[in-house]
Design a protein around this ligand. Structure first.
Ligand code: NAD
Ligand code: TDX
Length: 336
């Protein structure tokens, strides 16, 4: 049985991936996570006693500790989810983004090399391509043109992965996915933030004119694509992942309000995010044709399931929004 070191497995996508992989494959999984504000052990309560799963609290920047874990656990491969992931936080302060997203990825690449691991999969984002006008989509050959400190740090990591493959023949691959939604997403991101504010009858802060477009994919479809690329993807290649579901933010916000039976008067237009990318759209032809992948969920159904998950799991997010989250919320939204 092969063993994968998953980093950042206590976050939104990592925890969904671990659950998905334990259910749909034979892999053993070692999860290392620093447990930052975004990492939550409760995201994986249901699998914590699974014999194929093990957790270590560790920072991916800590070379010695990660090296010790790789050696002790005899892991075969790495999938790197660990990152500072929120654009707005990177605008407030970028240092942790450079540390974790760039230096942390470099540590993992060095250790993949040292232990001659079989595979290194970097979980990246469509934001590295920058912003689109009204037409066209990002393909794997679109030049990198990141616009926020967050996306610049992710693009830097991608370039390191590319260089390690080119220089040392490291068996590395990259996935670049569009915006995810689903259970366990931290309520700083658009969809969970709007669902929770609507439930609590609080204002829904829409940036600018609300016409920025994002391309949405259900997190389980992303996890399925990651597993496919990990198993069948060609070394040295980049794979875009997306579900062809572009929507302006304001439409999503209105849909959430309608689904929850709340009034549109809760919508509050606030000052725009500085440098706000106008539109993202993913061309996923490559993964569809080369790896025979396709998304299994429609937005219409999966967004309803997501809203009902937040309604049924109030204690999960109530605990989060009562802590340090309040300080962040105040700092970012108070002046807008
Ligand atoms: P998240 O913020 O929910 O989770 C990140 C996890 O990484 C947390 O558990 C956190 O504790 C951990 N972490 C942070 N710094 C660490 C460090 N130094 N060492 C070890 N662990 C650390 O993020 P997410 O939304 O689940 O995103 C996961 C990955 O997917 C990221 O690399 C992100 O760039 C990428 N991605 C996200 C989206 C999206 O829509 N959320 C889309 C495309 C790609
Ligand atoms: O309060 C808000 N109001 C608002 O209008 C928030 C939090 C967001 N927005 C807008 C900004 C974006 O146009 O909604 C859109 C989505 O915002 P986020 O949820 O912050 O996502 P985004 O900036 O698109 O980045 C996300 O997708 C790519 C993830 O956070 C990244 O980790 C991923 O790489």
């Amino acid at each position: 049985m092969k063993k994968i070191l998953v980093t950042g497995g206590c976050g939104f996508i990592g925890s969904n991936f671990i659950r998905y992989a334990l259910k749909n494959s034979d892999y053993e999984i070692v999860n290392i996570d620093k447990l930052t504000y975004a990492g939550n052990l409760k995201n994986l309560i249901d699998v914590q006693s699974d014999k194929r799963y093990k957790f270590y609290k560790a920072d991916i920047c800590n070379y010695e500790l990660v090296s010790y874990i790789i050696e002790k656990e005899k892991v075969d491969s790495i999938i790197n989810f660990a990152a500072e992931s929120h654009v707005d936080r990177s605008i407030l302060s970028s240092q942790e983004f450079i540390r974790t997203n760039v230096t942390g990825t470099n540590v993992l690449l060095e250790l993949t090399r040292l232990y001659s691991l079989e595979r290194f999969l970097q979980i990246s984002t469509d934001e590295v391509y920058g912003s689109l006008g009204p037409d066209g989509k990002f393909t794997e050959t679109t030049p990198l043109s990141p616009n926020s400190p967050y996306s610049a740090s992710k693009a830097s990591a991608d370039l390191l992965v590319r260089a390690y493959n080119h220089t040392y023949g490291l068996p590395a691959l990259i996935t670049r996915c569009s915006n995810n939604y689903g259970p366990f997403q931290f309520p700083e991101k658009l969809i969970p933030l709007m669902i929770i504010n609507a439930i609590n009858n609080k204002p829904l802060p829409v940036y600018g004119d609300g016409m920025n477009v994002r391309d949405w994919i259900y997190v389980e479809d992303h996890c399925d694509a990651i597993l496919k690329v990990f198993e069948k993807g060609e070394i040295g290649e980049v794979y875009n992942i997306g579900a062809e579901n572009e929507m302006p933010n304001i439409e999503i916000v209105k849909l959430i309000l309608k689904e929850l039976g709340k009034d549109e008067s809760l919508i509050t237009f606030v000052k725009d995010r500085p440098g706000h990318d106008r539109r993202y759209a993913i061309d996923a032809t490559k993964i569809k044709t080369k790896l025979n992948w396709k998304p299994n969920h429609t937005f219409e159904t999966a967004i309803k399931e997501t809203i009902s998950w937040y309604l049924q799991n109030k204690s999960w997010w109530e605990e989060i929004i009562s802590g340090d989250y309040l300080n962040y919320y105040k700092k970012w939204y108070e002046e807008r």
